[in-house]
Design a protein around this ligand. Structure first.
Ligand SMILES: CC(C)(COP(=O)(O)OP(=O)(O)OC[C@H]1O[C@@H](n2cnc3c(N)ncnc32)[C@H](O)[C@@H]1OP(=O)(O)O)[C@@H](O)C(=O)NCCC(=O)NCCS
Length: 165
């Protein structure tokens, strides 16, 4: 059983390694998740006009390398369905150097739903750090409907049981 609890920016900000783009803003909702009572990691959800931005996903160092990186987003899909029932689209972004996370997102969203920043239609109005306007800082953007994401990842979603406490 994966237990998910609401947490706060203040509790997780110490983990910002410079790549997480954490921001202290009211629309950023943080969630920490546990496997039983083992603390695994956290993620952030931001909601705007039917769109969720999933980000800041983090597995604590002592839990890395055993598959949680694949599961965080799937855990968050369960949470999104409960907390934001009217959501239609889910988007994520990954720095182009983060090969590990790109590998995970390619599987979950499909390469067809990946855009490079220069082709970006929009960021759905979510604020990002100013450094992204820097020519040297490029991100991949991924987005798809929640229904497509759920169907594409159904097999893996069915392997986990998530409870929002
Ligand atoms: C990124 C992160 C969440 C991944 O979690 P993890 O538990 O280490 O990842 P996993 O063990 O679940 O690995 C998932 C898959 O990535 C693969 N992988 C591991 N390292 C990789 C690399 N360098 N490049 C590509 N794929 C890699 C694994 O083999 C595994 O593949 P599989 O599904 O085919 O078995 C974790 O490393 C982390 O919290 N990093 C710090 C925060 C961060 O950078 N977050 C992302 C911000 S965009």
């Amino acid at each position: 059983m994966i237990n998910v609890y609401s947490t706060t920016f203040d509790k997780v900000k110490k983990f910002d390694n410079g790549n997480l783009d954490m921001m202290d803003e009211p629309e950023s909702k943080y969630f920490e998740f546990f496997c039983g009572d083992i603390d695994i990691g956290f993620f952030r959800l931001r909601y705007k006009n039917g769109v969720i931005n999933h980000g800041n996903n983090f597995v604590y160092e002592n839990q890395r390398g055993i598959g949680w990186g694949n599961k965080i987003f799937l855990v968050s899909l369960n949470v999104i369905k409960i907390v934001f029932p009217n959501v239609n689209i889910i988007c994520v972004q990954v720095h182009e150097d983060n090969k590990h996370n790109i590998y995970i997102r390619n599987k979950q969203f499909g390469i067809d739903n990946r855009y490079i920043e220069t082709e970006e239609p929009n960021r759905f109005g979510f604020m990002e750090r100013a450094r992204e306007v820097d020519d040297d800082y490029k991100e991949y953007l991924y987005y798809d409907t929640i229904d497509n994401l759920w169907n594409r990842n159904k097999e893996d979603i069915n392997k986990i049981e998530v409870k929002l406490k």
